[in-house]
Design a protein around this ligand. Structure first.
Ligand SMILES: NC(=O)c1ccc[n+]([C@@H]2O[C@H](COP(=O)([O-])OP(=O)(O)OC[C@H]3O[C@@H](n4cnc5c(N)ncnc54)[C@H](O)[C@@H]3O)[C@@H](O)[C@H]2O)c1
Length: 262
């Protein structure tokens, strides 16, 4: 029996087989969960469809998280197919490219700030609102993905930092609000992983390359590493943990001065 046997999960955020959401989906499937997937738009459908099919998922839906009607339709589809939901995985982020390079002060336009916060932070609350009723009477678990840029300034991460800070604060408010309904809400703050989104951030290669030289555990972070913690947070093993941001970063966040050995 897997740790997630009998549980049903909606996975929002698979774009490619390198996506963190795909790593989480594979691990949840291996632990016995039944999965539904969404794709952001038609461009991603052809990539997500074969991945979903490869692990026997029968529920696939379009979901642009900036469109309320699509969020409602996704929740309605899950309800009609399954009647309930146990796990929500939100692994979605976006900021206009010009806002994730160079000067934070100069490049954070009002519109870039709005888009980054809407797609990367507000969408989690919107999805939580739509899916919480499906978790009634179950030990529900909602998960999102954050990054150290929420609490430290990281070159080029720029407007995504405030957006992730807002996301982590939302995790605490959602956890307080939904706890009495027996729904837990947590974030995983992952170290750098080579994905489509990550490569949109200027200087990511340098950040990724230097990471394993200084992180206490001396390794880069993989989607499998993140997935292990996601399975734990979705399982009943973490039944008294909510509102937390758990780091999966080889200990990088504890360093005051990351310095490589000579
Ligand atoms: N890769 C890293 O280094 C890293 C580190 C820490 C946290 N994260 C976070 O992990 C999460 C997943 O990112 P990833 O690195 O796997 O990259 P990814 O590019 O594989 O995934 C990002 C996803 O966001 C989706 N998305 C963007 N705009 C959307 C919209 N309007 N509607 C619906 N979906 C939309 C994309 O379709 C894609 O599936 C993000 O929240 C990211 O910030 C990534």
């Amino acid at each position: 029996m897997g740790m997630l046997a009998g549980k049903r999960a909606l996975i929002v955020g698979v774009a490619t087989d390198r996506s963190i959401a795909w790593g989480i989906a594979q691990a949840m499937h291996a632990q016995g969960a039944e999965l539904a997937f969404s794709y952001a738009n038609d461009r991603f459908r052809e990539r997500v469809e074969p991945l979903a099919a490869s692990i026997g998922s029968k529920l696939l839906m379009p979901l642009d998280v900036t469109v309320d009607a699509e969020i409602d339709a996704a929740a309605a589809l899950v309800k009609s197919a399954w009647g309930h939901l146990d796990i929500l995985v939100h692994a979605v982020a976006f900021a206009p490219r010009e806002a994730i390079e160079g000067s934070f002060t100069a490049n954070t336009s009002r519109e870039a700030f709005r888009i980054a916060h809407d797609v990367s932070s507000y969408s989690f609350t919107a999805l939580a609102r739509a899916t919480a009723p499906l978790m009634a009477g179950r030990n529900g678990a909602m998960l999102t993905l954050s990054y150290l840029g929420a609490v430290r300034s990281i070159p080029n991460y720029n407007v995504m930092g405030p957006a992730k800070a807002s996301l982590e604060a939302s995790v605490r408010y959602l956890a307080a609000d939904l706890g009495p309904k027996n729904i837990r809400v947590n974030a995983i703050s992952a170290g750098p992983v080579r994905t489509l989104s990550a490569h949109g951030i200027a200087g990511f290669r340098t950040m990724y390359g230097g990471f394993k030289e200084v992180a206490p555990l001396r390794a880069n972070i993989t989607i499998e590493d993140v997935a292990g913690t996601a399975v734990y947070l979705a399982s009943d093993l973490s039944r008294q943990t909510t509102g937390e941001t758990i780091y999966v970063d080889g200990g990088f966040n504890i360093l005051g001065l990351p310095v490589a050995e000579e």
